[in-house]
Every structure is written in structure tokens, then in C-alpha cells.
Design a protein around this ligand. Structure first.
Ligand SMILES: Cc1cc2nc3c(=O)[nH]c(=O)nc-3n(C[C@H](O)[C@H](O)[C@H](O)COP(=O)(O)OP(=O)(O)OC[C@H]3O[C@@H](n4cnc5c(N)ncnc54)[C@H](O)[C@@H]3O)c2cc1C
Length: 541
């Protein structure tokens, strides 16, 4: 063996020894932390029993949630669409066994499900109780030019511009806008930079945006299909899940320019406690959360809008941010609830009546239709009828669907109240009236349990921002700290996706451990001539 090989071997041994002693502290139990734990184990060879996940709720999964029962009503704060371009997410789930069949991976399960149940929306947009023809995007020549120019200019050029500061007012009446904004939840006042990133990142979906044929779905809701198998795998490896633990602050030791996390403060069972970090220990913190302070209503009560930052996520980032300007600016995202809130709802139906009517109306068996958006709804309401059963253990005579309204402070078209003030029964009345299923309104209401959910920060990650508002995943001043999740900066990638959080996990693990491994390369349809050609044809069609 020559001296180079000796050094290599010594370095490897050193790193194995360091990693054996290392503890990893993951703050937050969402997909960003769960994915980080998985990559620490698979690629970092960190012993799972040295990994600690601190989650203030009693259940892990974070925004990737799904819970409840047929009797009391199921709840999903969100419903998530996936895409083949989720290369980090698909990498992660290529080594996680499925929850329902451990002989196959979650990725295999997703692929075979999507082979079987293909999305091809036939009622993507509805107005006045009728299906709208959305075969054309409806662009004017000026809209096309604005879109092309937006894709060509730099993010610096767009700066803190809003989307509606770039496009003409009529752009927001095009078929494209109704489909794109309800698919990805953009509002006209959101960041032009984030909108530009979506144009690049999902340009390959232009040609099928009216049918949503490019959307991948999970067999069940995403808690059951993604979070649950991952949590189960991590537990089997020996990862420590510290539930009901709210992290309140981090202490740092400064050494030269570097900030080193030395202690984590937390509250458990009402008691303030802390844990000290040793020299090689690491801390990864999910900063901010789109589902922080979400509150549920019921068939007879509207959900409360909680703005006191009662959950720990924003408060923790605010405390950390005071310690270095490299740690980002949470106030940009958590202080503009009027610009970031909207409301979702989950409906548990006893029987199949609503599903049958919708299937007849749309021509789509449940699970194949994707989103149905009510274009003339003052709340800009959309619903999704997933393939049934949508929950593991869901009885056959129960059906579950999910929906949301992007303008919760507008009065309804039929129920003359703001959506945010409506009970579940009133939301159902508004929905059924848009569909003109009025004749069976009473029957539908009687057999439905609609649970509304107010989400004050749901689009906080889309708010206008400047450089530095989001910290780097591993800030330049950090030795043992990484920020993960939706509010850390990943060049070119798009927030409001599972993929973004998983990518931050890969970046954090590989960089903190100084592994000779790079995150999975991003799919770049915008660098592919064939994709660009198809997109141009759609734009000009
Ligand atoms: C309505 C909705 C629709 C969506 N649609 C899609 C979609 O179509 N496609 C898609 O890809 N993605 C979609 N998403 C986004 C996706 O679900 C999220 O991007 C992803 O789940 C975020 O994961 P995360 O781990 O980064 O953060 P989170 O899931 O927010 O996790 C953060 C976790 O940390 C915990 N926590 C925070 N602070 C503390 C603290 N101080 N102490 C202890 N615990 C703490 C929180 O309780 C939470 O559990 C949607 C989400 C929602 C809500």
C-alpha cells in the first residue's frame, strides 16, 4: 500500500470513528427530518440509535398528515401531488419498504399504483355547473411574451416583485392561470421569483396541465403511503422519536467566524430542559412550517384563525435568527398571515352518493380526475376525489375527499358568508350548489362530515422575499448546524413540495458529514429541447 492509500484508510477510519461517537439531533418530525435520518443511516452510516427526532406534536409526519376515523371523520390538512421529477423523494422511497407489503418498496408501490390508476382529468375547470373547455391556455400575445421574458430574466432582476406586478390583469383570467394557480396554490400577490422557478421546474407539465396526466399519486393519503412506512423503517433501525417535545432555543459557542451549536433547549411535559452537544454532534432544524397553528372546525363550527404563533416552529426560528444574520429572516414569512392563509376541508361521506354524482358529472372514476376547480367560486374552491379507500382500514361504504378555497375571506356565491366563518355544513352547501346537485343537498349533508381546516401559514413559503431571507441549508458560519425544510434556500428548486424538503435533507447530510456524494441531480426539463418545443406548442395553441 502506498502512502496515499495509507492516508485514505486513516481518513476513512477517522470518519467511521467520528461517526460512531456522533449524535444527530433533528428538530421537527416532518419529511425533512425523517428523510435526513434515513440518509444519515444509509449514506452517513450513523448508528440509528444515535439519532434523535424532537417533535412537539404527538405524531410525526408534519405537514404530510392524514388522520381520523370513519366514525369521527378523517382529516388531511393537505393532499399532495407527486411527479416523476421528484428525484430526491423517489430516491428516498426507493429504499423504504411499503407499509402494507414489505416485499416491495414505497417507490415500487407508487409506480404500480400510477400504472393502474391513471390521472386524466375531464372536468379540470367548472363554471356555472358545467365543464369548461380548457384545451387552450387562453393566452394573449402579451401574456406569452411576459411568460417568455420572465423565464429569461434572472431572479435578481425580479427581486421582490409580485406575480401581478409582472403580468397584465387579463393574465389572471386565462385558463392557464386557473389551472396553474390552483394546482400549485399561487396567488397574484405571491413572489414572481417562486412563480418563475415553477415555470422552469414544471415546464414539462405544460402539455398536460389541462388533464393533470403527469401527476403521480400515492395509493393512500400521504401519511399512510409516505410518512408511515418511513417512520416504521426508522423506528426499526432504532432512531429515537422524542414526541411531545417542543424545542425553544439553541445556544451557540462562537469560535472565530464560526457558530457552533452547543445546547438545545426544549420543553417536555411542561418542564424546561436541555441537552448539550459534544464536539462532533450535529443539529438539523426544520425552520418554519406551512401547517403551524392550523386549526380544525367541524360540521357545526368554523375553524379558528390562530395568529399568536402558539406552535413552536416560528418562535424557534425567530430565536435562532437573532443569533446571526446568516440564519435568515423569519418575519418575512410569518408576519403576513393575510397573504399566506387559506382553508382546506376533508369530507367523510357515509355511502357513495356524492362520489357517484361526481363520477357521472366529470366522467372520471374517483382517483383519475385530479383537481376540479370552480372557476366562478368566490372562494376559488377546488376538490379532489382520490382513489378509494384513501385511508388504510377505511370501510368500503365510506368515501373521503378533500378540497380547499384560496380566498377564505370572500363571501360565498350561495352561502353569503366568508368561507373562514362557515361551518363544515355550510361549506358542503356551497360546494353542492356550485355543482347544481341541489336536489339531493339534504341527503348529501346528512351523510357527510366536512371538517374545515384553517391554515394561517399555508403559502408563507411563496411570499415575496429577498436574498438572505431564507438561510443556506448549511450557513457559511455553521460547523454543526443545518436548516432543512421549506424555508432554507435550495437554488432553482420549488417550495411547497415534498421534494424540496427531501432535497434539503440530502444537502444537509452530505455537507455536514463532508461525504463524497452530491444530492440527486435535479430534473431539468427546461434544458431539454423536446420539452421546450412541446411547451411552446401548448403556449401558442
Ligand atoms: C394543503 C397542502 C397541500 C400540499 N400539496 C402538495 C403537493 O401537491 N405536492 C407536494 O409535493 N407537496 C405538497 N405539500 C407540501 C408538503 O406536504 C410539505 O412541503 C412538506 O410536507 C413539508 O415538510 P417539512 O418536514 O419540511 O415541514 P413540516 O412538515 O412543516 O414539518 C415540520 C415539523 O416540525 C415540527 N416542529 C416545528 N417546530 C418545532 C419545534 N420548535 N419543536 C418541535 N417540533 C417542531 C412541526 O410540528 C412539524 O411536525 C402540501 C402541503 C399542504 C399542507
Amino acid at each position: 500500500m502506498d502512502s496515499f492509500d495509507d492516508n485514505e484508510t486513516n481518513n476513512m477510519e477517522k470518519s467511521v470513528n467520528v461517526n460512531q461517537d456522533r449524535k444527530v439531533h433533528l428538530v421537527g418530525g416532518g419529511i425533512a427530518s425523517l428523510a435526513s435520518a434515513a440518509y444519515f443511516i444509509r449514506d452517513g452510516h450513523i448508528s440509528a440509535d444515535q439519532i434523535y427526532i424532537y417533535e412537539e406534536l404527538s405524531i410525526a409526519g408534519g405537514s404530510l398528515d392524514g388522520s381520523g376515523s370513519a366514525r369521527n371523520g378523517y382529516v388531511m390538512r393537505g393532499g399532495r401531488m407527486l411527479n416523476f421529477s421528484y428525484v430526491c423523494t423517489y430516491d428516498l422511497f426507493s429504499f423504504i419498504p411499503s407499509y402494507t407489503n414489505t416485499q416491495i418498496t414505497v417507490l415500487d408501490e407508487i409506480k404500480s399504483f400510477n400504472e393502474k390508476v391513471k390521472t386524466h382529468a375531464q372536468a379540470r375547470v367548472v363554471a356555472d355547473g358545467k365543464i369548461v373547455d380548457v384545451s387552450s391556455m387562453g393566452f394573449s400575445a402579451k401574456d406569452r411574451l411576459d411568460l417568455i421574458e420572465m423565464m429569461a430574466v434572472s431572479e435578481d432582476h425580479l427581486g421582490i416583485k409580485r406575480i401581478d406586478e409582472w403580468f397584465e390583469p387579463d393574465f389572471f383570467k386565462t385558463n392557464f392561470w386557473f389551472m396553474w394557480d390552483t394546482m400549485f396554490a399561487f396567488q397574484p400577490w405571491h413572489s414572481a421569483v417562486e412563480f418563475k422557478r415553477y415555470l422552469h421546474r414544471f415546464i414539462h407539465e405544460f402539455i398536460r396541465i389541462n388533464t393533470l396526466a403527469g401527476v403521480d399519486r400515492t395509493p393512500y393519503n400521504q401519511f399512510d403511503s409516505l410518512a408511515l412506512p418511513l417512520i416504521q423503517w426508522l423506528k426499526r433501525q432504532g432512531v429515537n422519536f422524542r414526541m411531545g417535545v417542543r424545542v425553544t432555543d439553541l445556544d451557540f459557542n462562537s469560535s472565530g467566524d464560526q457558530q457552533v451549536v452547543s445546547r438545545i433547549h426544549y420543553i417536555e411535559n411542561g418542564k424546561h430542559q436541555d441537552v448539550a452537544l459534544e464536539e462532533n454532534d450535529l443539529a438539523l432544524v426544520t425552520i418554519g412550517s406551512m401547517t403551524a397553528d392550523s386549526r380544525l372546525g367541524s360540521m357545526s363550527a368554523a375553524p379558528k384563525l390562530e395568529t399568536s404563533k402558539a406552535d413552536g416552529s416560528w418562535a424557534l426560528w425567530e430565536s435562532i435568527a437573532k443569533k446571526s444574520k446568516e440564519f435568515g429572516r423569519p418575519f418575512v414569512f410569518d408576519n403576513r398571515v393575510d397573504e399566506s392563509k387559506w382553508e382546506s376541508f376533508t369530507v367523510t361521506c357515509q355511502g357513495h352518493l356524492f362520489f357517484k354524482l361526481m363520477e357521472e358529472f366529470s366522467g372520471n372514476p374517483a382517483g383519475t380526475g385530479g383537481l376540479v376547480t370552480f372557476k366562478d367560486s368566490n372562494w376559488l374552491m377546488s376538490i379532489v376525489l382520490a382513489y378509494q379507500p384513501h385511508f388504510i382500514g377505511q370501510p368500503e361504504d365510506v368515501t373521503v375527499f378533500w378540497g380547499y378555497g384560496l380566498f377564505p375571506d370572500q363571501p360565498g356565491n350561495f352561502v353569503k358568508k366568508k368561507m373562514s366563518e362557515c361551518t363544515g355544513a355550510e361549506i358542503m352547501t356551497e360546494l353542492v350548489s356550485h355543482l347544481k346537485f341541489d336536489l339531493v343537498l339534504d341527503e348529501i349533508i346528512k351523510s357527510s362530515n366536512c371538517i374545515p381546516c384553517m391554515l394561517p401559514y399555508i403559502t408563507s413559503q411563496f411570499l415575496t422575499r429577498s436574498k438572505g431571507d431564507r438561510p443556506q441549508v448549511v450557513p457559511a458560519v455553521s460547523k454543526n448546524l443545518a436548516f432543512i425544510g421549506q424555508f432554507a434556500e435550495v437554488p432553482d428548486d420549488t417550495v411547497f413540495t415534498v421534494e424540496y424538503s427531501v432535497r434539503t435533507a440530502q444537502m444537509a447530510v452530505y455537507e455536514l458529514l463532508q461525504l463524497d456524494k452530491k444530492p440527486t441531480p435535479m430534473y431539468r426539463g427546461d434544458h431539454d429541447l423536446a420539452v421546450l418545443f412541446d411547451a411552446a406548442e401548448t403556449m401558442f395553441g
